[in-house]
Ligand binder design. Sequence first.
Ligand code: ADP
Ligand code: ADP
Ligand code: MG
Length: 666
Amino acid sequence: MFSKILIANRGEIAVRVARTCRRLGIATVAVYSDADAEAMHVDLCDEAWRLGPPPVGESYLRGEAILEAARRTGAEAIHPGYGFLSENAAFARACAAAGVVFIGPTPEAIDAMGSKSESKRLMEQAGVPLVPGYHGTDQSLDALRAAADGIGYPVLVKASAGGGGKGMRVVRDPAALSDAVEGARREAANAFGDDRLLIEKYLDAPRHVEIQVFGDTQGNVVHLFERDCSIQRRHQKVLEEAPAPDLPADIRAAMGAAGVAAARAIGYVGAGTVEFLVQDGRFFFIEMNTRLQVEHPVTEMITGQDLVEWQLRVASGAPLPCAQTDLAVTGHAIEARVYAEDPANDFLPSIGHLHHLRTPPEGPHVRVDTGVRQGDRVSMHYDPMIAKLVVWDVDRPAALRRLRTALAAYQVVGVATNLAFLGGVAAHPAFAAGAVGTGFIDDHTADLFPEAESADDTVLALAALDALLHRQEQAAAAAARSGDPFSPWHGTDGWRLNDDNYQRMAFLEGEAARPVTVHYRSDGYRLDLPGGSVMARGEIAADGDLVCDIDGFRRRVTVVRSGLDRVILDRGRQHRLTLDDPAARAAERETGGTGLAAPMPGKILRVLVQVGDVVDTGTPLMVLEAMKMEHTIRAHARGTIAAVHYDVGDPVEDGAALLAFEPGDP
Ligand code: ADP
Ligand code: ADP
Ligand code: MG
């Protein structure tokens, strides 16, 4: 076994590999870009090596620099994780030439399977059933058209070098073929530097079922059963489970055997995944991934094996830890990929800081594979996956209950996430019934993308109670400081001279104003809400949670407070309410506390003022380009520009102070 390895990746997979190494007593070397200098994977490893600036081309894809790091730190082997250099045959060759073990298959196997066309030819020879299609070398439009006519529409045009759902086009009408071919070629050339295409029959309602295979240098090959990864968006996996629900035993057995045959056909060494589509009781090979797969934890949960440990053993020359007959399935596991993305906005990545992050409690039933901590930033440079939430239980219904509970306890504030969307899938009756297919999300759009619901009276009551308790805490602190804790002027019970003891508050949710009238009572507050009155009392716990009693219903909710904003997190639901406090707003305006920070990461397009300029409320100061849109930063009060921190063309982080401002008349 190795005594030191380098982990050539970042995020959750780097953390996950480091954990296994630590358990096995193997020393680890992390690599990092400038964006990841403080990242979790760097902390977890024994040593760390800087690669360069954040873009992947200047950091995690620099094979030469990574090999140099291995040489300089004395690492005997490199674990590539997935993505990045994991399926790069040239890198695997360079490792061999440098005398460093590449933890993965041979360069020849990567070459053979890296091209979907080449792999389909090999699988055809090995007798593995293929999706009907064309994977020939003649790439002329005429040849592709003739192939599509022969296959019959609809067809799927795919990049032979493709991955991650890129370079794929569904064509339903022959007239649309030439545009699709042109588009797929362009995308493939850009993304993979290889514009070769293949054409497949487009199956309308398949399931994606894949077989985990493992080979060693002694010629042993086993499979570790299947995973169903049918729940996908844009041809990319979102939820994965093992075993596949309701897969007939004969198909399961035949697929396992086909997976092993595929691996044997190329003398496969290490972890690999043979992907199939299943439809109408038949299965068809689509591709093989020559690496550890993102969703490997579900296989680990049902087999009790550590696949990274298997990889390390095999790469060091040891035989597979078990034979096929030693492997068995226990229970059911489901993985949900938690992404920083906005499901309502076509699942576009959401960039920003993880202002608040709380994960469900882990144990034998719940595993969280993540590479980020509270305060970390989801940047535009890398995959926006926050974590993989993996659950296990004795059967699928029990595992699904675990999933729903764990998703509801997962809290993220700061970026948009797909947590509520995942919760919707997990709660869907069709998913519970095991009626999965790659069209699931499209088929159930109406249920899975509900209109955003506005805060109900309960949420409003929680926000009001939290604001009142906070004010009380602050007043108590101020009174303690003032030396006269009993002065009536510090009271927060609504006491006023010649006045009733009630107070009006309002919260803003988006544009909508939500009024609350507070009546002070000896045992708490009576809150008049749009739908009626409630009695509310409670306290703020040491961890910041709001522990409360509303009309006798006791519960604990999380409140993330930032200025006048409150995000209320209550069992998977999340609402942002802003206290509409005219006095506080005026105070903020006076101190110049807001408005001059970049609202999101982007680039400075125009600078419209210079130091010494006197501006009025609303004067445009700078124009920022972010997410392909222009945003004008305006003065929030009259005042003088004291400093301009950025020039045209400069990139800015979100929250960066763009200008300094001296409020008031000069
Ligand atoms: P699978 O491994 O099941 O095929 P996907 O194809 O959806 O899963 O995702 C794997 C791909 O996603 C990788 O090949 C890589 O391009 C990208 N990816 C996802 N997360 C990361 C990450 N943390 N680091 C690098 N690449 C990642
Ligand atoms: P990638 O390399 O991007 O993972 P795959 O060939 O594995 O590409 O396909 C990704 C997904 O696209 C599949 O899981 C499936 O949902 C869909 N898909 C691929 N081929 C077909 C096909 N012939 N018919 C229908 N759907 C397909
Ligand atoms: Mg695939």
